[in-house]
Each structure stands twice: as C-alpha cells, then as structure tokens.
Write a protein that binds this ligand. Structure first.
Ligand SMILES: Cc1cc2nc3c(=O)[nH]c(=O)nc-3n(C[C@H](O)[C@H](O)[C@H](O)COP(=O)(O)OP(=O)(O)OC[C@H]3O[C@@H](n4cnc5c(N)ncnc54)[C@H](O)[C@@H]3O)c2cc1C
Length: 595
C-alpha cells in the first residue's frame, strides 16, 4: 500500500490556518479533501478493490473528496435551509402538482446524476470512464464520500439505483425497453429517477397490512390507495407494492408495480402528492403522502412474488443506509478532531484532557468499525455478484447487521461530536446540528432497529444459518493475521465463539426474542473487531486499526464492572498513538494488544 497523499493535504485545512487560543472559535472541516484525510478509507480501498480498479478510480475518489469538503458542503448547507415546497395545483386549478427545489439542490443533483452518475454506475459501462459497471466497493465508497457533505439527496440517488436493479432483474422485456433507457440516462434533464413506496398508515414494519389495491381495468393495472411515507415523492417512476383484487392477505398477496409519474401521452398519472412531511432531518429531500386515484401502473415480475422482489430493493437500501451512517460518523469524527485540536480551555487544547480523549474514542471507534463493515459487506456483494454462494450467505447476514448497528451508533456519535464543539455545536450554522438531526432517520426507514435485529436473529441466523458462513470467514482471517499477537487473536476467537452460541440460543428459544438486539450487536462488534485486526496486519496498512479492535473487544464484548475504573494504562497509550495523526507500524502497537 502507498500513501498517495502527503500528510500536507491534511495539514492544509481551515483548522490549521486559524489562530489557536482563547477567544478564537474552533474552525470546522471546510476546505478539507475528505478522501485525502481519510487514512482508513485509502488503506482499505486498496485491500478491497482490485489494484487496477483502484488505480483507475482513485482520481474520482479524490475529486469527490475535494467536492465534499468544498462546493457540495456549501450546497448541502443551503439546501437544508431551503427545503422543498409542494405546489398542489397549477394556476388553472388543475391537480398538476409539482415540487420546487432550491437551486443548491438542483446543482447537487447535477453533480450526483450528471457528473458521477451514481444511479447508473452499477448497471452499465461508461460511468467515470470505466468500461464496465463499477464494483460495489467503489460505488459505496463514493456514496460514503458524498454523504459526508449531503445526506438528503442520497435517498433519491440510492433509490434510483435500486429501482433500476429491480426493473433489470424482474421486469418483462417490454417494460425494460420502456423504462431502462430513461432511468439509465446520463442527461439530468430527461433522466427518469426512481423511488420506492411501501409504507401505509396501516403499516411500515407490518408490510402485509398494506391496503392499496390493484385492479385490472381494460387491460391495464390501476392503483387505488394511500401511501403514507413517500421519499423522493416526485420521482419519475415509483416501485410500489399493492394487492391485486382477490389476492390473499398478508405479504403473500402483494404484487410489485412500476408507477410512472407521466403517462405515455405526457399527461400526469392519476395520483397526487397531497402533503410534504415536515421532517426532523433529511430536510433537503421531499418526503410526502400520496393518494392513488386509479393510477396506471405496470406489473413487475410475478404477481405473487411482489414482496420477495421488493425485499431485494430493501436490502440494497439497507446496505446504503449503513454506508450513509458510516459517512455521517466520519464527518462527525473529522469535525470533532479539528475542534479538539484547536479549541483552548483552561490553557490547553481540549484534546489534551483525558475525558475529552475518551469522548473522541467513543466517536472514532464506531466510525472505524462501520468503515470496515461496509467495505467488507460491499466486497461480499461483489463476490456474490460474481457467483460465490459463500459471499451470498455472508451478504445475507452482513447487510442487516450493518444497517442495524451503524445506524444506531450514528446517533450517539453525532451527539458526541456536537458536544465536542460545545455550545456552537447546537447552533444551526455549524454542521453538527444537522448531523444530529439527520442521524435519527437511520433507525426508522428500511426497517427499524427491532425489525432489522429480528431479521438477523430469526432469519439470517435461525433459518439461513449465515452466521456459520461468517464464522468460517472470520476464523480464516484470524488465522491469516499472523502479525497480530496470538493471545489477542485467541481472545477474538473466544469472543466469536461465545457470540455465535448466544445468537443461536436467541434464534432457537422464542422466550429470548427480547435479546435479539443484544445478539445482533454482539455479531456486529465481533465481526468488526476481527476485520480491523486483520486489516491492521496487511502490508503497509495503518496498524492503528488493531487498537480500535481492542477497544471493541474490551468495551463491547467483555464484562464491565460499573464500579471499577474502565480504562487501563494500555488505553492511555493507545489513545496517544491513535491521536498522533500518523500511521503506526504493527510492531509498535503489538504490545498494546497483549497488556
Ligand atoms: C422521513 C421518512 C421517510 C420515509 N420514506 C419512506 C419511503 O420512501 N418509502 C417507504 O415505503 N417508507 C418510507 N418511510 C417509512 C418507514 O420505512 C417506516 O416509518 C418504518 O418502516 C416504520 O414503520 P411505521 O412508521 O409504520 O412504524 P411501526 O411499524 O408502527 O413501528 C412502531 C414501533 O413498533 C416496533 N415494532 C413493530 N413491529 C415489531 C415487532 N414485531 N417486534 C418488535 N417491535 C416491533 C418498531 O420497531 C417501532 O419501534 C419513511 C419514514 C420516514 C420517517
């Protein structure tokens, strides 16, 4: 591995340009290159991408890193302050609803859909100069960089990408011919963006309670009903679930439809956006309520497999949500570091105080865990797409694990970063306030924490037995990581064995259902700790990742006495190395894994 960016690129931030001292407000990350400053990402991309792909794509990671710390960040700030506005009717009284967006949002769309073509990069050649679709690792790394500046727009970007996936995989040849050229276009002006409407008043978690009906009238499907949460409400085509008349109740009777906003003759389809939600976060993006009044829709795939087909989109979105949470945590961490290194209190920069350091570690460790987990998950997706059954099984369990835990961790991380900035962190002109607001949606959409935890325990573990594939893979990584002291690897092996036994018990014994989140957390923590230890042992890698692994082992996978001090000497030394702003060699930190 090499370090393509000198440490100078990190030094040259607004943070270092400002005076340090009492009376000076700590700067923020404005002007940073979010790729260049992210040592972990740069190392891991070289591990998880083919060398040739890395070489070809690195200029784009770098370019997006500059944009995310610069222009995109400015645009995101403006778009958050000027949320979309719904116009329910035109001036002639027609129900021709439309949504006005601020110019900043439109400019971000051009960057996302025009310049980077996020929506198409997994589906066709020709994006970012590639002669084939991008690997999942690269796509999600780009999402991660983008979201460090703008979170709201990633919903329309991702849901367009995932809608294309469903159409490509399940639609008839005729429907593909109709939709795909529009959905894969690189022309922002004519592109058909996608979305997904499932949730109704009767149920978000309980999808089987959906009441929208589909009637076959004059040879066409028409939809009647109400969708209660519709993000990217004015998308050009929505994939949604509805129950064909006469179909059985529950999820079995649901069919998947593609609902175009405009009909083939250009008229508005028969549904209305009746209201936009006044949301806590994701304010730049329009989420609304939709009433379907006989709207024309196209059946996608088999009528009795709608829910199963839709779950593919849900799982792709879950992975993206984990990535988005990871991205927001990284932004929190970068902001917290800049602040902690420059803010002076009681005559010292605040990073010198033990309690503040502990607070920083509580931001850094989950951030690094999520980075390893999302790249590992994305690399499993790449291998699964290439036909590996083992990788498919890994993906089955890793996806909800990432969604569940990274989205939960994002909330205390965002609050922690706000606190590091002190009172200014609560003020909307700093990014921390937005990060706190945006963090919370991750535990709601595409399945709440409970729904994801139950999916992990009852289905991925109980039914699919995917935890045993994960076990085999993680043990192989531990065996390979011979540079990591044997005693530490043994502790990780033991933690893995105990976690697996616990998860199996929870899956098998119904009375333990209330422990599903505990078991899911254990699986996430042990997997991420082993990954980070393995990554640290790779040639040229930053060995500090192994120190993060030890923090996870001690604080998330080991018993704690609440009335004993929680940190030993190793923690002070480890923090020193972690905060040193330089890469560590494995020999330098090995002793800290054993003490
Ligand atoms: C801003 C925003 C945008 C959204 N965008 C979209 C969108 O574009 N498309 C879309 O389809 N949906 C969207 N949603 C909806 C979202 O996916 C749902 O809100 C979510 O799935 C939860 O469903 P619900 O609101 O009906 O809550 P409920 O399902 O009623 O859940 C309420 C509580 O009960 C818990 N619960 C439910 N069942 C169980 C169980 N078996 N065991 C334990 N606990 C349980 C849940 O965890 C939750 O805490 C959006 C939501 C928001 C807030």
């Amino acid at each position: 591995m090499h370090a393509p960016h000198s440490e100078k690129s990190f030094d040259k931030t607004a943070a270092q340009d400002l005076d340090r001292g009492p009376g000076h407000i700590a700067p923020d990350c404005a002007g940073q290159n979010f790729y260049a400053v992210d040592r972990g990402l740069r190392d891991l991309l070289q591990l998880y991408l083919e060398p040739d792909d890395f070489r070809r794509l690195e200029p784009h990671f770098d370019r997006l890193g500059v944009l995310a710390g610069g222009r995109l960040d400015e645009l995101a700030r403006a778009a958050d302050k000027h949320p979309p506005v719904l116009n329910a009717r035109d001036r002639f009284g027609r129900d021709e609803d439309w949504i006005d967006y601020h110019a900043s949002y439109r400019e971000m769309e051009k960057i996302a859909f025009g310049d980077f073509q996020f929506h198409a990069m997994s589906h066709r050649a020709g994006t970012l100069g590639m002669d084939r679709p991008l690997p999942a690792v690269a796509k999600y790394a780009l999402q991660y960089l983008f979201v460090q500046a703008e979170f709201g727009l990633m919903c329309p970007i991702s849901v367009t990408d995932t809608s294309i996936h469903l159409v490509r995989k399940f639609a008839s040849a005729e429907l593909k011919d109709y939709l795909l050229p529009k959905m894969l276009s690189d022309d922002v002006a004519t592109l058909w963006k996608g979305t997904q409407f499932m949730t109704e008043r009767a149920g978000g978690s309980d999808v089987g309670a959906i009441e929208t009906t589909a009637r076959c009238e004059d040879g066409a499907w028409r939809l009647y009903g109400d969708k209660w949460f519709c993000s990217h409400a004015d998308a050009d085509v929505a994939l949604l679930l509805a129950r064909p008349e006469g179909a059985p109740g529950g999820t079995k009777g649901l069919a998947l439809f593609a609902l175009p906003r405009r009909l083939k003759d250009g008229r508005r389809n028969a549904y209305r956006i009746v209201r936009l939600k006044d949301k806590l976060g994701t304010r730049s993006m329009a989420s609304g309520e939709i009433v379907l009044e006989g709207a024309v829709a196209y059946l996608v795939g088999d009528a009795d497999r709608g829910f199963k087909q839709m779950m593919e989109q849900v799982n792709l979105s879950r992975l993206s949500h984990g990535v988005r949470a990871s991205a927001m945590m990284r932004r929190c961490l970068n902001e917290a570091f800049v602040c902690a290194r420059t803010r002076v209190a009681f005559g010292k920069t605040i990073i010198e105080y033990p309690l503040l350091r502990r607070q920083l570690l509580k931001i850094a460790v989950p951030t690094e865990q999520s980075l390893s987990m999302f790249l590992f998950t994305a690399s499993a997706m790449d291998r699964a797409n290439a036909g590996s059954r083992e990788a498919e099984s890994l993906l089955r369990i890793l996806t909800p694990l990432l969604k569940f835990r990274a989205c939960r961790d994002n909330i205390p991380v965002a609050t922690g970063a706000m606190e590091v900035r002190g009172g200014n962190g609560y003020i909307e002109e700093w990014v921390q306030a937005r990060l706190v607001r945006d963090a919370h949606i991750g535990v709601l959409w595409e399945g709440t924490s409970n729904i994801n935890a139950l999916d992990i325990v009852t289905r991925a573990v109980g039914k699919s037995r995917a935890h045993r594939t994960l076990e085999a893979y993680l043990k192989k990584l531990l065996d390979e990581a011979t540079l990591i002291p044997e005693s530490f690897r043994d502790r990780l092996r033991l933690a893995l064995d105990r976690t697996l036994v616990f998860a199996e018990r929870v899956a098998a014994e119904q009375h333990l259902e209330a422990s599903a989140r505990q078991a899911a957390s254990g699986l996430y923590h042990v997997a991420s700790a082993i990954l980070m230890a393995w990554e640290a042992a790779q040639p040229g890698a930053d060995a500090r990742r192994a120190l993060y692994a030890r923090f996870v082992l001690e604080h998330r996978l080991s018993a704690q006495d609440p009335l004993e001090p929680r940190h030993g000497d190793w923690e002070r030394e480890a923090a020193e190395i972690i905060f040193s702003e330089r890469q560590a060699a494995i020999a330098e930190i090995a002793g800290l894994l054993e003490s």
